[in-house]
Ligand binder design. Structure first.
Ligand code: AMP
Length: 445
């Protein structure tokens, strides 16, 4: 199969040739024809398998072939993404695909000055890639109008539809024309999100270019059990033992990111960190330097879990397991992309056994365990398997002697608002789903 046989126009084919894309990936082959026809779509495909081009190519073609010229302060297509870095990356890809087309594209996200974004939107843009919080700010200041909007795309759709973004999404939805094409793309869809998505779409086509909720098969995964307090030490030990080159390390909290970066830098290791408390310019610079190979170890919260495309990244390490099992798939999907191989190692302590069990159940696999002789944990991690069973419960922690405690769980630096909702964990390792008043949808023109 070729891109030409999918019906793409010559300027797009020329751009793909420059990028060296020879054949469509499965999600592209399945998504491009129906999106060109104007259908609504819910598409699931493994991380790193070309989802961006799967929606962007037919979108750009439709915008070129159909509809009016974009009016002042208007947008004709909106791509919503959960993080600022992903907004940059998705926009960059779309701009490359659109190189020979008479279309304008732009990325707007928070953490940077809004004025240049307002200026840029004055003339209108055909494709706007945005994070929800900043988009709403722009809308409320009349810098962007949606009357010309013909297509809405939610990239990392399950993240966009979960509670972290629900208020913002609800307000954006209320402002959009009901007659439009809607496309949802992600590597993971829980059943609840699937049901919700079904209500939002008009006679949608569902595409599953891979089995549901699976990590890319090109990623070799294993865990090492360890006591919580020795995780950083174990990471440094493994880094040296395996002579890891570039590594992306995920930690649960912003404080955890800073602590590990300080420790690594203290050992003169080439490390940097990304989390929601850092200024946007610092975040983007750390990511760019990691992508270009100038930084060897990037430590991040889940702001870096979704969508980021880092060429040839060989290793991902979970210093802490994610609170939400789906995020495991996204985190380890930063490696093994575009047909490459990779490895993903999780350092697991006894407290995390339920998180481990949830991941194994979601991904329908029992993760291989390897022990490091000098790091055998005092608090053993009970055996788990893919049925979700914890085969032997860990000892119950001692009850505190005095009263107090209980009540509100201290989420410390986890809780944030807006774009950094990517870092907000659900309290339980289950995604909750907001209720949208989606109302009856009118047919598209
Ligand atoms: P994505 O899943 O959209 O982030 O894409 C993952 C990587 O695959 C990116 O580096 C893309 O540039 C690359 N890619 C996407 N589609 C193709 C294709 N058909 N042929 C070769 N590389 C591709």
């Amino acid at each position: 199969m070729t891109f030409a046989s999918l019906g793409l126009i010559e300027p797009l084919l020329r751009a793909l040739e420059t990028l060296g894309y020879q054949t469509p990936t499965p999600v592209q082959a399945q998504a491009i024809p129906p999106v060109l026809e104007g259908r609504d779509l819910m598409a699931a495909a493994q991380t790193g398998t070309g989802k961006t081009a799967g929606f962007a190519l037919p979108l750009l073609q439709r915008l070129t072939m159909e509809g009016p010229k974009v009016a002042a302060n208007s947008v004709r297509a909106l791509v919503l993404v959960p993080t600022r870095e992903l907004a940059e990356q998705v926009h960059e890809a779309i701009a490359q695909y659109a190189e020979h087309l008479p279309l304008t594209t732009y990325a707007a996200y928070g953490g940077v000055s809004i004025n240049p974004q307002m200026m840029k939107l004055r003339r209108g843009v055909d494709v706007l890639v945005a994070t929800p919080g900043r988009l709403l700010d722009l809308y409320r200041q009349n810098a962007v109008k949606f009357s010309q909007l013909q297509t809405l795309i939610l990239d990392e759709a399950d993240r966009m539809l979960d509670l972290g973004f629900s208020e913002e999404l609800r307000d954006i939805y209320a402002a959009l024309p009901k007659r439009r094409q809607t496309l949802l793309f992600s590597a993971t869809f829980s059943d609840a999100i699937r049901a919700l998505a079904g209500q939002m779409l008009d006679n949608p086509l569902t595409i599953e270019a891979s089995p549901r909720n699976v990590a890319a098969s090109s990623v070799k995964q294993w865990i090492v059990t360890v006591d919580k307090k020795r995780k950083s030490e174990l990471f440094i030990h493994l880094l040296k033992k395996h002579r890891w080159g570039q590594v992306l390390v995920f930690a649960k909290t912003r404080v955890g990111v800073d602590q590990l970066v300080d420790r690594l830098q203290g050992l003169s290791l080439n490390a940097d960190g990304i989390h929601g408390d850092k200024p946007q310019a610092t975040r983007q610079r750390a990511l760019d330097r990691f992508k270009s190979g100038d930084v060897q170890i990037l430590v991040a919260t889940d702001v870096a879990a979704r969508g980021l495309d880092i060429d040839d990244l060989p290793t991902v390490v979970n210093l802490d397991l994610p609170i939400v099992a789906e995020d495991y798939i996204h985190r380890i999907g930063r490696t093994g992309r575009a047909g490459q191989t990779g490895e993903a190692i999780s350092l697991v302590c006894a407290d995390e056994v339920d998180l481990l069990s949830a991941i194994e159940m979601l991904t329908r696999q029992t993760l291989q365990r390897r022990e490091e002789p000098d790091f055998i944990p005092e608090h053993r991690v009970p055996a788990t398997d893919a049925t979700g069973q914890v085969l032997k419960k860990p000892k119950k922690p001692k009850k505190p002697k005095s009263g107090g405690g209980g009540g509100k769980r201290n989420l410390g630096k986890w809780v944030d608002s807006g774009e950094a909702a990517a870092e907000v964990p659900a309290i339980k390792p289950v995604r909750k789903v907001p209720v949208f008043n989606t109302g009856p949808r009118k047919r598209k023109p």
